[in-house]
Design a protein. Structure first.
Length: 95
């Protein structure tokens, strides 16, 4: 069975640069340069997450929060331990 995990992310669009920026209320904070227009922020978030975790884009799926700043992404091919090592603190749920 392929490893997979879900991470809760709070997205802040229209930022100066795209980067993870710590945590807020238990969610990983992702500042995005992209605007929240016509799905551009969701697409940019998925692309950034894939690049950050060295995954193919097809392994990152938006599970919930399409029209919200509070999103859940599923990462196929990474386990909870992999995510924790990369971001430095528990931020995911196994499903």
């Amino acid at each position: 069975m392929t490893a997979a995990c879900r991470i809760k992310i709070r997205v802040i669009p229209n930022s100066r640069k795209t980067a993870f920026d710590g945590y807020r209320e238990g969610e990983l904070l992702l500042r995005l340069h992209a605007p929240p227009v016509e799905g551009k922020a969701n697409k940019a978030a998925a692309e950034f997450i894939a690049e950050y975790f060295a995954l193919p884009r097809s392994s990152v799926a938006l599970v919930s929060g399409e029209k919200s700043r509070h999103k859940v992404f599923e990462l196929i091919g990474l386990g909870i331990g992999d995510v924790e090592r990369k971001v430095g603190r528990p931020a995911a749920q196994n499903h």
